[in-house]
Design a protein around this ligand. Structure first.
Ligand code: TMP
Length: 214
């Protein structure tokens, strides 16, 4: 039986090394001659990219936490319906730079929005579409933010206090510990070690996939 595409997500705080991880995963998929569609959130369609600009920019009018949440899901539903779902239906792998878990961690943890509110929106937007594997790159926010700062000017969310990112990290870790399909990668280690862990997680997933589909 032909192996169908899978939905892979990379998550983590700013400066955790998502871009490098995505390049590694992309190469791994190419090595296995698997068709891959890469996405990022918020963004990935023309309209969702406009929302990305809106949420990243610093505005004189404060953006409320509720509006931020709704904008994240508005961008997500555009990407899901127009890119992710069609790509998966056509047998591609989808490699996503952030997805739903970001909203649960940043808006639920960082912004402390009600879980019930978030889950209601999630149900409407996501339906049955869930990632098959999520790699969460875990890093101390103090280290991650210093890396992000070294890259250049900080955007609206990156300008939040350390406590915001500590709350965000706690939610990431809590969900990873209590829900299936999320592998925590210690991203504070040297790059070769991080990459080795990513490849080990992918190899294990690949073997499981074959077992399930054989
Ligand atoms: P990044 O993709 O460059 O990390 O930028 C995305 C920013 O948006 C980052 O600060 C995390 C934040 N974000 C949320 O707060 N909620 C979300 O649902 C998503 C997808 C991103």
């Amino acid at each position: 039986m032909t192996k169908q595409g899978r939905f892979l997500v990379v998550e983590g705080l700013e400066g955790a090394g998502k871009s490098t991880a995505i390049a590694t995963i992309r190469q791994w998929l190419e090595g296995k001659q698997q068709p891959v569609v890469c996405t990022r959130e918020p963004g990935g369609t023309p309209l969702a990219e406009q929302i990305r600009t809106l949420v990243k920019q610093v505005h004189t009018e404060p953006l409320t936490a509720e509006a931020e949440l709704l904008l994240m899901y508005a961008a997500r539903v555009q990407l899901l319906r127009n890119v992710i779902e069609p790509a998966l239906a056509a047998g591609n792998w989808v490699l996503a730079d952030r997805h739903d878990l970001s909203s649960r961690a940043y808006q639920g943890g960082g912004r402390q929005l009600d879980t019930g509110l978030i889950n209601g929106i999630r149900q409407t937007v996501l339906g049955d579409c869930h990632p098959d594997l999520t790699l969460y790159l875990d890093i101390d926010p103090a280290i991650g933010l210093a890396r992000a700062q070294a890259r250049g000017e900080l955007d609206r969310i990156e300008q939040e206090q350390l406590a915001f990112f500590q709350r965000t990290r706690q939610v990431y870790l809590h969900i990873a510990a209590t829900e299936p399909g999320i592998v925590v990668i210690d991203a504070s280690r040297p790059l070769p070690e991080v990459q080795q862990s990513i490849l080990a997680a992918l190899d294990a997933f690949w073997e499981q996939g074959y077992a399930a589909l054989a």
